[in-house]
Design a protein around this ligand. Structure first.
Ligand code: NAG
Length: 202
């Protein structure tokens, strides 16, 4: 069999918890956002779409911090493997990953970053400047790069495996989210075209 078990201690509970946390977060925010889109339960609880979206933003941000903490703890329980210890590559990846995440938050704003579309808070126009001219989903790429950076900084093969999981989970999340949000905006365009026609008639 492969030598992978020499470099990854699969018996550590913390590794399993980290794997669960990584999968949980995007599943959670997509389910909550779709519920909000269909029945506006957060808008109703908080009395306005903006307050509902701010609440969801705080929740998503917090579970992100918890997941990052769980990931760091899990890597602490894992064996070190010198060839994976690449601090300079790690610094570069961490800096560019964070640049992608922070600049896309800056470009999208708080509600644009945290699923405002599902609350009916739509962007006026698609954001096409940096970092969206580098990647269609800079937030996901930036986040994945940061996970990789931590694995390389600490020299942990388990970190590489969990980074692959992050990549796969985000890949599925994008396949699920992108067509849905595209349809939200397409619907707005159809509604606008309709109300323009209606306006001319009256
Ligand atoms: C993206 O846009 C920024 C400025 O908004 C520009 O400096 C950069 O060169 C662009 N990158 C690509 C790959 O087009």
């Amino acid at each position: 069999m492969s030598a992978l078990t020499e470099y990854v201690d699969f018996s550590q509970k913390s590794l399993q918890i980290a794997a669960l946390a990584i999968a949980f977060n995007p599943i959670f925010w997509n389910i909550v956002a779709r519920q909000e889109y269909h029945n506006h339960f957060l808008t109703r609880i908080f009395g306005s779409p903006y307050r509902g979206c701010y609440f969801l933003a705080v929740v998503i941000f917090s579970i992100g911090l918890i997941r990052d903490h769980i990931y760091n703890t899990a890597l602490g329980d894992q064996p070190y493997f010198a060839p994976v210890h690449q601090p300079y590559l790690a610094y570069g990846l961490f800096a560019s990953g964070n640049l992608l995440v922070l600049s896309s938050m800056w470009a999208l704003g708080l509600t644009g970053t945290y699923l405002g579309d599902y609350f009916g808070i739509l962007m006026d126009a698609p954001v096409t400047g940096f970092p969206f001219n580098v990647s269609g989903s800079p937030m996901y790429w930036g986040s994945t790069m940061s996970f990789l950076a931590v694995a390389l900084y600490k020299g942990k093969v388990a970190g590489l495996l969990l980074t692959v999981e992050v990549f796969v989970v985000y890949w599925f999340a994008l396949r699920w989210e992108d067509p849905f949000t595209a349809e939200i905006y397409a619907k707005r365009e159809r509604d606008r075209a309709k109300s323009k026609k209606g306006g001319k008639r009256s």
